[in-house]
Design a protein around this ligand. Sequence first.
Ligand code: ADP
Ligand code: ADP
Ligand code: MG
Length: 677
Amino acid sequence: MFKKILIANRGEIACRVIKSARQMGIATVAVYSDADKQALHVQMADEAVHVGSAAAAESYLVAEKIIEAAKQTGAEAIHPGYGFLSENADFAKALEKAGIAFIGPNVKAIEVMGDKIESKKFANEAKVNTVPGYMGEIKDTNEAIKIANEIGYPVMIKASAGGGGKGMRIANSVDEVEEGFNASKSEAMSSFGDDRIFIEKFIVEPRHIEIQVLADKHGNVIYLAERECSIQRRNQKVLEEAPSPFLDEKTRKAMGEQSVALAKAVDYESAGTVEFIVDKDRNFYFLEMNTRLQVEHPVTELITGVDLVEQMIKVAAGEKLEYAQSDIKINGWAIESRIYAEDPFRNFLPSTGRLVRYQPPKEETRDGLTIRNDTGVYEGGEISIYYDPMIAKLITHAPTREAAIDHMADALDQFYIDGIQHNIPFLSAIMQHPRWVSGNLSTSFIADEYPDGFEPRTPEGEELKILTCVAAAIDFLGNKRRRHITDQMQGNKVVFAEQRSVQISGTNHELHVEQVDPQKDDLKIHFKSSDENKKGEGEVLNVSTDWWFGQPLWNGMINDKKVSVQVRPVMNGFELSYKGLTSETYVYTSREAELEQLMPVKVAPDTSKLLLCPMPGLVVDIMVKEGEEVKVGQSLCIVEAMKMENILKAERATTVTKINAEAGDSLAVDAVIMEFE
Ligand code: ADP
Ligand code: ADP
Ligand code: MG
């Protein structure tokens, strides 16, 4: 076995690999860029080597520097993680030459599978079902139209070198083929330096289901069931689960066996993933094979009990697989939420900055329920503009899908992040979504269910009641604290009872709050009926908690239900976050409530005449001039952050009066880029 390995990656996946290596007694070497001097993976590794400046192209992607770092530290093998050099055949070749083991497949497998046209040909020969379409490079628009007409609409236009959801277009008509072909071609050229395009049938409302395979250098190949990754935004995965709620035993076996056949056809070794799309009738079609560890591998680990990173390292060291196909059993259900630094309420724009607060839920297994959090960040750390916006992967495991979803909803409630925007409210909302809960999924789920983007929800029904109780309980403790300070609690015999008016998301609730026992903070909260004739009637809820001021998370029981609510102080009140909704809440005495009605409402400043920078980033291009008239939807400027170019467009027809930025400027969020008439 290796004594020391280098991890050619950063973030959560570098940390993940270090964990398994450490358990195996293998020393680890991290590499880092200027932006990552303080990063978690650097702190976790036994040694760390600086490999260049912040831009990945000058550090993590420079094969020579990585290989030099391995030689310098005596690392015998390199784990590439995912992204970066993980599917780069030249890198694998260079390692072979340098006598360093690559913890991944052989060069041939990477080459064949890295190319969507080549891999489809291979899959066809290995008798794997492929998406109907044209299996070669398409030269020009005329040929593209001819082929699309033959396949029948809708079609998918794809870059052969594509990845990460880039270089793909759906076309429903001749016009859209013409447009999509050219768009895909130029995007493929700029993203991958390779503009070969092919066309296949677009499978309508498919599900994305993939098979994990594991192979050794001795010809043994097994499959470790499937993962379903149908919850995607712009072809990028957001939520994954294992197993799939859609597969039956027969389809699982057929997909598994085809995946193994494909792996054998390319002499595969190490861990790999065969991606399929599956139509309503459970017909499945090969999409591509990812020749690396997949982002969502933890869900497979939790249902099979196999440590995939450990197996990859053992295979690279020449060991035989320690599992036979018959050893692989599905145990329970696992779900993964990708936690991204992005603002779900502002069209998922990337968000950067310092993690002022970062408190994930506790990783543990208790009563058959597991929480795992794969992360590469820490409180006080910085989310920079240079890399991927993923900050953590929260994974839950339970005996059933229902329990795993509930556990995920709770775990998300407990995940406390401040300082940057994040998608936890969006993930929480999906956990509550009846269609997700029912398992009736397709890759268009997010587009179908959130056609106008994600809007903040307002609390209703049960959720409203719970938040009202939490607000009243916090207020009660505040009053108790004040009584303590003024020493009104002597004797401790008094049972406090108070009338309160809770204002939450613009609604008012009259409550009677009563302490159950003078020794405890347990409360009975009586919701009074708003109907004059039913005075005195209304629901009574029992609340108990050991929360105290300063704790970001309010944990307690409300009528025998465990509740976690995040608390952030605001002027005269607090902001409560629960199940993906956030409400400002104020608790008043009856008199305060009366007076509050008389307060003037603060009007937000008018920013409709300004173009504000939606996130911190770099101005790539200003596309208009001062004095220019612009139309609705006209592109005004391009701002780049986290590898994404964001085009800012005019929301109304107007005239540009002033421009405050130029290409190359680094802007903060809400910086005024230009002003309008
Ligand atoms: P998964 O199927 O594991 O979710 P993705 O397709 O989302 O994989 O990609 C995983 C990571 O690899 C992402 O960080 C993505 O940006 C990166 N990636 C994938 N393909 C490429 C590529 N061809 N070039 C650069 N980065 C890529
Ligand atoms: P990438 O290399 O970018 O991951 P994939 O070929 O794996 O590209 O496709 C990514 C996603 O795009 C899939 O998960 C699926 O949602 C969608 N997709 C790709 N091809 C098709 C198709 N022919 N029909 C329908 N959806 C598709
Ligand atoms: Mg893919």
